[in-house]
Design a binder for this molecule. Sequence first.
Ligand SMILES: Nc1ncnc2c1ncn2[C@@H]1O[C@H](COP(=O)(O)OP(=O)(O)O)[C@@H](O)[C@H]1O
Ligand SMILES: [Mg+2]
Length: 266
Amino acid sequence: MPGVGAIIAVASGKGGVGKSTTAVNLALGLRDLGLKVGMLDADIYGPSVPKLLAIKGKPEMLGGTKLRPMDGYGLKVMSIGFLVEEETPMIWRGPMVISALTQMLREVEWGTLDVMVVDMPPGTGDAQLTMAQQVPLKGAVIVSTPQDLALIDARRGIAMFNRVNVPVLGIVENMSYFLCPQCGERSDIFGHGGARHEAERQGVPFLGEVPLHIDIREKSDAGLPVVATAPDGPHAKIYRDIATRVRDGLSAGAAGRAAPKIVIEA
Ligand SMILES: Nc1ncnc2c1ncn2[C@@H]1O[C@H](COP(=O)(O)OP(=O)(O)O)[C@@H](O)[C@H]1O
Ligand SMILES: [Mg+2]
């Protein structure tokens, strides 16, 4: 991708673990580090980036050939969600998905970017594997919740990126613990520390813990991501710290790569 410094994927083995929320706030954290950041919503069947960044309207055609990305809090953004109605299901087979993704990469006027953050679809099926191969990725960030079931899927995600030789930049533990907004007490609803332990086991960096907190949920779903709208709050700081680790991992080129333990047949 000419003009684009690094493309990184935010992925999870499972849906609903907070991948899109993490991707958006990570992108904003990278923006706050002074980087020019793009965001590509590769979740064709469930695009949520337009809503998370409160972007309305459709992208303009530039000179009849390329689309101009939309702007969300200073990020350049492209999503299939801009091009179809919200309630229209994407009833597409794999090859259509791949061609939509290729177009969103190549037929969009991204200009110069330091980093492009790709919100990947959940899972490690054929479409995800093909995408991981088609997009020239510099690295992948894996999002998991702490409980065993999500971690098993995260492990599959790591194995998939190993399979296509994409370095894993690290694991984020989302919904790491619950902070009661009333009393401030903490409870470990999904357990705690599982992702950190998994990162150690796999020999990849651990990027940070994001609590399960109502402010993150409410603001995300209202299109007011915490890093952009509550930059002085504790959650924004957590995401900025994760962004710093991701940037450092990219510039060191020292992303961990676990020895592939699982063989996936092409
Ligand atoms: N740390 C968090 N605290 C509270 N709610 C969260 C957190 N992370 C994600 N959520 C909420 O969980 C739901 C699923 O998150 P989302 O980012 O859409 O997951 P995914 O992209 O993995 O399917 C959303 O309603 C989101 O607001
Ligand atoms: Mg999502």
